[in-house]
Design a protein around this ligand. Sequence first.
Ligand SMILES: Cc1cc2nc3c(=O)[nH]c(=O)nc-3n(C[C@H](O)[C@H](O)[C@H](O)COP(=O)(O)OP(=O)(O)OC[C@H]3O[C@@H](n4cnc5c(N)ncnc54)[C@H](O)[C@@H]3O)c2cc1C
Length: 391
Amino acid sequence: MTRATGTILVAGGGIGGLMAALALAKSGLKSLVLERAEAFTEIGAGVQLGPNATRLLAKWQVLDRLAGDLVAPDEVRVMDAPSGRTIGRIPLGLQFKERFGAPYQVVHRADLHRALFTACTQQPEITLKTGVSVSGYTQSADGVALHGVDGRVFKADALIAADGLRSVLREQMLGDGTPDFAGHTAYRALLPRDAMPADCAWNAAALWASPGGHLVHYPISGGERFNIVAITASRWRGEGWNEKATGNEVLEQFRNACPQLRSILEAGRDYRKWSLADRPPVHNWSEGRVTLLGDAAHPVLPYLAQGAAMAIEDADCIAESLEQAGGDAERAFALYEAARRPRTAQLYKASRFQGGIYHAGGIKRLIRNQIMQRQSADQWYKRVDWIYSGP
Ligand SMILES: Cc1cc2nc3c(=O)[nH]c(=O)nc-3n(C[C@H](O)[C@H](O)[C@H](O)COP(=O)(O)OP(=O)(O)OC[C@H]3O[C@@H](n4cnc5c(N)ncnc54)[C@H](O)[C@@H]3O)c2cc1C
């Protein structure tokens, strides 16, 4: 039996890696988080947190730290981009909170990341190290050694690889290469509140469904800014998150959209773009004392806004599995993987399917609009129950 009684290494200090360290600390387990960047930071964009995520953030007292930064949207609002018609309004207020036992909230990623980072710095069990780019691991009956590209070696009882979509540790474990391009480009921008066209400055998680793409916007930073993300079908392939795009480039992609939507895009400055990746689920993502977490293990397309939530759920599940297995990392990682496999695979499929609905054109678009217009809040709640009431 391999007992994880000492330290657990966490490779990658994104939302998933920091969450994992916090969850381990709450179970009294020590961890060393190694992040390749020179500082623990996040990109300038928003993240939507369904009740499955906010429930766990509350459990670890992270939600309290975010109090002034969080926004609780009143509703999900879906529009048909060519006509500008509203085709769905789902309340996210008290009725929603009572139904799912936790709120739906939106936040700037940097605020969420900072809250996690601060929480980690206050846990004596957690050590955080930046400027360490990991390149691979070796393991034996006694433990794991994690190698940095600069030749440093870190030893511990077990390793959680939370190094994201293009994980080098996944490549070593599974050898399945870089993820495929999904054929979609995402553009993001942040708008000061008063730059948002007044007739669209809703307190809503708003989505404009357009043939071949969609636009999402919602307020963040306590309501001071709006997060805008536009997704369009595209052949462009880029690997970073930060390539500059012009407003005209984005507008060109939505040339058939209604004036209201175009006015939002025109208000955006400093667009950044990245291409979406698609990696179908795998059956196994653990090997002995090493396991993968979050995007390294099971990335999903962003159409249900659930990728970070899956990483948060993973972190909770790993900590619980370690407790259940009495600290035996190998057994715990097998339990974790078995518990997470069906849900993350289902989420992958559901996210792809949802993308098809949002991006429908022609007759499919008209049918979608009719169905959505007829859908009651209760019907929508039932449809998403498996996501929001989980894991
Ligand atoms: C357009 C878009 C919108 C989204 N919106 C939402 C949303 O609203 N809600 C939601 O829940 N999810 C959303 N997601 C998904 C979410 O962003 C990801 O699923 C989530 O960030 C994954 O977290 P992670 O910690 O697994 O990986 P990451 O956030 O990628 O973190 C990986 C970390 O590892 C570090 N790292 C990488 N390689 C190494 C290395 N070799 N050595 C050391 N460190 C390394 C990186 O620097 C980074 O800090 C969205 C995604 C996209 C593309």
